[in-house]
Design a protein around this ligand. Sequence first.
Ligand SMILES: C[S@@+](CC[C@H](N)C(=O)[O-])C[C@H]1O[C@@H](n2cnc3c(N)ncnc32)[C@H](O)[C@@H]1O
Length: 196
Amino acid sequence: MTPERRERLLSVLNKRQAGLTVVLENVQDPHNISAVMRTCDAVGIQEIYVLNNQIPRHKKWGAKSSSSAAKWLTIHQYSDTAECMAALRQKYDKIFTTHLAADAVSLYEIDFTGSVALVFGNEHSGVSDEVRDLADGNFIIPQVGIIKSLNISVACAVSIYEALRQKTIAGHYERRNLPDAQFENLLEKWGFEEEE
Ligand SMILES: C[S@@+](CC[C@H](N)C(=O)[O-])C[C@H]1O[C@@H](n2cnc3c(N)ncnc32)[C@H](O)[C@@H]1O
C-alpha cells in the first residue's frame, strides 16, 4: 500500500462511527438497499443490518447504485427478527424505528449523540409490530405534502444526516471511534480493495 493510500484509508477509518447503525427490515428493492449503503458510507457508518424474513433473497443489491459502497461496509444479514434485535441490543444503547404512526415523535426530538440503531421498514408495510415492540422509540421525518411517505432511501439519508449533524457538534468525528481491533482489521481488508 502506498503511503498516500494508507493516509486516505486512515482518514476515512478515523471518521467511522461505532455508535450509529442502520437496520433495513424487509426492504426489498435492491436499488433502495444500494442507495442506503452509499449514504451510510458517506456519513461514516461502518456496520449495517439487513433483516429479511419475508421472501428468499434472490436479488442482491447492485454495485452500480451503491457505487460499490457495499464492499466498504460490514453487512450483517439476518432472517430472524429476534436474533437481529438481540444482536443490536448487545451493541447499541438505543434502537429507534421509523414507522409512520400517529404517536411517532419528530426526528428533530431524537438525541443521536449516544449509541443508536435506526430501523427502516418495508416499502409497502413499513416497520413490523414485532420490531416496534422491541424498540425504544419511534420517530418520523415531518412531511407537509400530499404523499404520506418518503422513499426509504431518502428517509434514511435525512435521518442519518441529522445524526451526523448532532454527532459532529458533539465531537464524534474529531476522534477515532472504532474499537482498535475493528480498526486494524478494516485497514488490512481495505488495503486489498480497489477504489472506484
Ligand atoms: C415507503 S415507506 C412505507 C410506507 C408504508 N405504507 C407505511 O405506512 O409504513 C418505507 C420506509 O421508509 C421510511 N420512511 C418513509 N417516510 C418516512 C418519514 N416521513 N419518516 C420516517 N421514515 C420514513 C420508513 O422506514 C418506512 O418504513
